[in-house]
Design a protein around this ligand. Structure first.
Ligand code: KIV
Length: 269
C-alpha cells in the first residue's frame, strides 16, 4: 500500500484485502505496547499485529501457550492507543477459540470491544474454519495463519519448517472459504508459499515463507535486534538495538559511578 500522507487515517480491512496481488507488498510488524506502536505506525506499516509472540519476547516463556486472553486485551489496548494509521490485528491466544465457534466469537469480541482491535488472527486451517466463519458472520474480521502455527508446538514437536504441501494448501483454501480477509503463512518452503498465494484470493503475509507472498510480517524484537533467545534463519535484523541498549546503559552506569552525570546542565538551580 502507498506511504502514509500528511493526514493519516486508519487503514481499513477492505483496503488491506484489496492490496492482494499489487506490486507493492503489504508490511506488517508486531507491537505490544504504546511506545512501540507509535514508532512502528509513524514508520508507515500497513498493519500492526499484537501477536501472542508476546509470550516469548515480552514475558520470557519458551512458547506462546501461557498467554491469556486478558493479557492480549490489555496489550491490544496499549497498541491501539499508540496507533493512528495502521490496521491493528490481535491474536486470539491458545484455547480461546478452538473449543467452539461460540467461544471464538465471544473471545474475538473482547479483542474488538475491550482491546480496540480492528480484526483478530487465528491459527489453523480446516479445523478452525467454522470458528472463522462464525466470527465473520458476527462482523469480526479474521486473519488466518497456516504452516508453522506456534500454538501447535507440542503436536509438531518443536518449531520446524512445515512441508506437507497438500495439507497446508487445503488449510489455506478453507480459511479463504470461511471468509478471512488475509492469511499469514509461517515457515514453509518458498515454492509452497507461492502456490498458496496464487491459489487464494486474499493477501498472504509471509514469515519464513520466502519472497512470493503479498506481504511480510516480522516480530518487532527480531527486526530491531532486541531478542537473543533464538534467531531463526528467516529473521533479518534491521538494527542492533539490543547491543545499543547495553552500550547506553553501560555508559550511564560509568558516568554515575565517576560522578560526571548529572552534569550542571541537568541541575535545577
Ligand atoms: O504471534 C505472532 O507474532 C505471530 C507472527 C509471528 C505472525 O503470529
Amino acid at each position: 500500500m502507498s506511504q502514509p500522507s500528511a493526514v493519516s487515517r486508519p487503514v481499513t480491512v477492505p483496503e488491506f484485502r484489496a492490496a492482494k496481488g499489487r506490486a507493492e507488498k503489504l508490511t506488517v510488524v508486531t507491537a505490544y505496547d504504546c511506545t512501540a506502536a507509535k514508532l512502528v505506525d509513524a514508520a508507515g506499516v500497513d498493519a500492526i499485529l499484537v501477536g501472542d509472540s508476546l509470550g516469548t519476547v515480552v514475558q520470557g516463556h519458551p512458547n506462546t501457550l501461557p498467554v491469556t486472553l486478558a493479557q492480549m486485551v490489555y496489550h491490544t489496548s496499549l497498541v491501539v492507543r499508540g496507533t493512528a494509521r495502521a490496521l491493528v490485528v490481535a491474536d486470539l491466544p491458545f484455547l480461546t477459540y478452538q473449543v467452539s465457534p461460540r467461544q471464538a466469537v465471544k473471545n474475538a469480541g473482547k479483542l474488538l470491544k475491550q482491546g480496540g482491535a480492528a480484526a483478530v488472527k487465528m491459527e489453523g486451517g480446516e479445523r478452525t474454519a467454522e470458528a472463522i466463519a462464525a466470527c465473520v458472520r458476527a462482523d469480526v474480521p479474521v486473519m488466518g495463519h497456516v504452516g508453522l502455527t506456534p500454538q501447535s508446538v507440542n503436536r509438531f514437536g518443536g518449531f520446524k519448517v512445515q512441508r506437507d504441501a497438500e495439507h497446508i494448501l487445503a488449510d489455506a483454501r478453507a480459511i479463504e472459504q470461511a471468509g478471512a480477509f488475509a492469511l499469514v503463512i509461517e515457515c514453509v518452503p518458498s515454492d509452497l508459499a507461492a502456490r498458496i498465494t496464487a491459489a487464494v484470493s486474499i493477501p498472504t503475509i509471509g514469515i519464513g515463507a520466502g519472497p512470493h507472498c503479498d506481504g511480510q510480517v516480522l516480530v518487532y524484537h527480531d527486526l530491531l535486534g532486541l531478542f537473543d533467545g533464538f534467531r531463526p534463519k528467516f529473521v533479518k535484523r534491521y538494527a542492533e538495538l539490543g547491543e545499543a541498549t547495553r552500550a547506553a546503559v553501560r555508559a550511564y552506569c560509568a558516568e554515575v559511578r565517576k560522578g560526571t552525570f548529572p552534569g550542571p546542565e541537568h541541575e535545577f538551580k
